[in-house]
Design a protein around this ligand. Structure first.
Ligand SMILES: CC(C)(COP(=O)(O)OP(=O)(O)OC[C@H]1O[C@@H](n2cnc3c(N)ncnc32)[C@H](O)[C@@H]1OP(=O)(O)O)[C@@H](O)C(=O)NCCC(=O)NCCS
Length: 166
């Protein structure tokens, strides 16, 4: 299995729509629309084209030539500008094969190289064991826990703050 990251292009619209409509959203923010429409994909791909390499890196996760996930690091603004927040999701059929662990490694390398940042932050719901493990395997440190910080679908979660320095 060969894992690579590649830049998104407008030709990836159909794959992006499929990925987002089939994603497990239990631990994702509600900012990703559902259902995820053609218009949503066009908006996002254009946003990526504008920001990639300037204040974010946005990549498709490719396994054996097929897009199976999405990963990004978005640089913050104002006094937080030398920090970027990482986010990712993977097609459910591809879980637990080590794909996102490898993708996070590659994305961190690219983000530290391309962006003027000193750290990458990962914010993970306390019960999202797989995502926490992915960050820990990439030497992100658990820096603290924000208690009762997230409410989603009628449930409230603690939020783990992970950080990796350049
Ligand atoms: C989180 C996610 C990206 C993980 O991707 P993945 O490619 O399956 O992750 P990996 O296979 O690289 O590593 C997962 C690790 O978590 C472990 N794991 C998986 N489920 C687990 C569970 N329920 N409890 C404890 N550990 C678990 C795996 O065993 C593996 O650790 P190991 O290598 O030490 O055995 C994927 O589950 C996903 O897309 N989830 C939905 C979206 C999401 O939650 N995104 C993150 C928001 S912060």
């Amino acid at each position: 299995m060969e894992i690579a990251l590649r830049e998104w292009t407008l030709q990836d619209k159909a794959q992006l729509i499929g990925l987002c409509n089939n994603a497990d959203r239990s631990f994702l923010s509600d900012r990703m629309p559902f259902p995820y429409t053609e218009k949503d994909a066009e908006w996002w791909l254009n946003m990526v084209r504008e920001h990639d390499g300037k204040d974010g890196v946005f990549r498709a996760v490719v396994s054996d030539g097929k897009i199976v996930g999405n990963i990004s690091a978005e640089q913050k603004a104002d006094v937080y500008r030398r920090d970027a927040e990482i986010g990712y999701l993977l097609d459910r059929g591809e879980w637990s094969k080590g794909i996102m662990t490898q993708a996070v490694k590659l994305l961190c390398e690219t983000a530290f190289e391309r962006l003027d940042i000193l750290r990458i932050t990962g914010l993970v719901y306390e019960t999202n064991a797989a995502s926490r493990r992915v960050l820990e395997k990439n030497v992100f440190e658990l820096e603290g826990v924000m208690r009762s910080a997230v409410t989603k679908g009628g449930r409230t979660y603690d939020l783990c703050v992970y950080g990796k320095l350049k």
